[in-house]
Design a protein around this ligand. Structure first.
Ligand SMILES: [Zn+2]
Length: 340
C-alpha cells in the first residue's frame, strides 16, 4: 500500500485509506495513492469535470486526459479552446479504472452537469459538483445515490437562503418583462452565458415577446441546439440585421451576460431612443432587486438531499461550507466537515 498521508482515514474494512484535499480550484480525492482530480485547474490522476462553469472546467483547456459529459465539452468549446485528451460520457454511464468504478449522475445544476460516484468496493464517495436537488428547465432533479462519503456543494448552505418556488419566480420574470414593454421601456435581463441564459431564453421564447440575445449567448445557445436535440425557441442575436431593426423601433426583451449589462444598456438606449430597465437573474438576488432563480439548491433542499442520502460522513465545499457542516451535524446528526 505504500505510505499514506498523515490525514488519511481508513475505510470500513480497512482495505482503503483515503484523503480529501481542497485546492484553489476544485479538490482531489486520494485513495490508496490513486488520485482523482475533481474540477481542478490542472489534470492529475483521473481527472473529472462536473460542468462547464469557468471555475470548474479549467482543466479542459490544459494538457492531459480528462473525463466529462458531452454537453460540458460543447459549452466549453463554444467560448474557450479545449486542449489535450477529453473523453465524454453521458449521464448514467459508468467507467471502471483500476480499483475504482465511476458513475456519472445528474446533478440538476445546468445542462449536462454531473455528479460523480466513485466506488472503491468497501468505500464509495459521491461528489455533487454544483448541485440543484430540484433541477431546472434544462436539467432533471439531482439523483440521490447511496454513498459512504458525500462531498456536497454548499454555495447556499446557510439557513438564510430560502428561494421561492421556481415557477413563482418564472412567473414574476414574465410579468415584469411584459409590464416594462407596456410602459414603453426595454426590459434587459442579466443572465450567466452558461446555464442561466439557456433557461431564460427558453422561458421567454414561450411568451409572445420577441427575444433578442447578446451574440455571446447566441453562440452558446446555437452550439447546444446544433449538437443536441435541444430547442430553446425562436430568438435573435443582437448582432443580426433583423434584430437591429427591432431594437430601433420594436418591442422585445434583451438577454445579456451580467458583466456586460451596463454597456449593453447604453448602446440599446442610443439605438432605440428609449429607456431600458435592467434586472439580474441569480440566486444572490434573494436579497436584491432582481429575480432569485438559481441553478443551485437553497438551504432546505440541500439539507433534504443530505438527509435522503444519509451518508456516514459529509464534506461541504464551496460557499457557506463551515455553516452548512454545522447545520448538518446539528439537525441531522451526521458527521460533517467544512472544506475551506
Ligand atoms: Zn456551476
Amino acid at each position: 500500500m505504500g505510505g499514506h498521508p498523515e490525514d488519511a482515514e481508513r475505510s470500513r474494512d480497512g482495505r482503503h485509506w483515503y484523503s480529501i484535499r481542497r485546492l484553489r480550484y476544485g479538490l482531489t480525492v486520494s485513495v490508496n495513492g490513486e488520485e482523482i482530480s475533481l474540477d481542478t485547474r490542472k489534470p492529475k490522476g483521473i481527472t473529472l469535470v462536473s460542468h462547464a462553469h469557468f471555475d470548474h472546467s479549467l482543466s479542459l483547456g490544459e494538457r492531459g486526459e480528462k473525463y466529462t459529459t458531452p454537453g460540458t465539452l460543447s459549452y466549453f468549446s463554444a467560448l474557450r479552446e479545449p486542449y489535450g485528451e477529453i473523453k465524454t460520457l453521458k449521464i448514467g454511464s459508468k467507467i471502471k479504472m483500476d480499483d475504482v468504478e465511476i458513475g456519472f449522475l445528474e446533478s440538476g445544476h445546468i445542462f449536462h452537469s454531473s455528479q460523480f460516484l466513485m466506488d472503491f468496493g468497501d468505500i464509495s464517495i459521491l461528489y455533487t459538483g454544483d448541485l440543484n436537488p430540484k433541477g431546472g428547465l434544462l436539467a432533471e432533479p439531482a439523483e440521490r445515490e447511496e454513498c459512504d462519503i458525500l462531498i456536497i456543494d454548499s454555495t447556499y448552505g446557510s439557513p438564510k437562503y430560502v428561494f421561492p418556488e421556481r415557477e413563482e419566480t418564472e412567473e414574476e420574470i414574465r410579468n415584469w418583462v411584459e409590464e416594462e414593454v407596456r410602459r414603453g421601456k426595454i426590459p434587459v435581463l442579466g443572465v450567466y452565458t452558461i446555464g442561466k441564459a439557456q433557461e431564460i431564453t427558453k422561458l421567454l421564447c414561450e411568451t409572445q415577446l420577441t427575444v433578442i440575445v447578446h451574440p455571446r449567448i447566441n453562440k452558446v445557445n446555437s452550439k447546444l441546439e446544433e449538437e443536441f436535440s435541444l430547442n430553446l425557441g425562436d430568438y435573435l442575436s443582437s448582432g443580426n440585421i433583423e434584430a437591429i431593426k427591432i431594437i430601433e423601433d420594436g418591442e422585445f426583451v434583451l438577454l445579456v451576460p451580467p458583466n456586460l449589462g451596463h454597456r449593453a444598456i447604453r448602446k440599446l438606449e442610443e439605438m432605440s431612443g428609449r429607456k431600458a430597465s435592467y434586472r439580474r437573474v441569480s440566486g444572490w438576488e434573494i436579497f436584491g432587486e432582481g429575480f432569485p432563480l438559481s441553478d443551485h439548491g437553497d438551504f432546505p433542499s440541500l439539507m433534504e438531499f443530505v438527509s435522503d442520502i444519509s451518508p456516514r460522513l459529509v464534506y461541504t465545499v464551496f460557499g457557506h461550507s463551515q455553516r452548512f457542516a454545522k447545520e448538518i451535524k446539528r439537525t441531522l446528526g451526521i458527521e460533517a466537515r467544512g472544506l475551506p
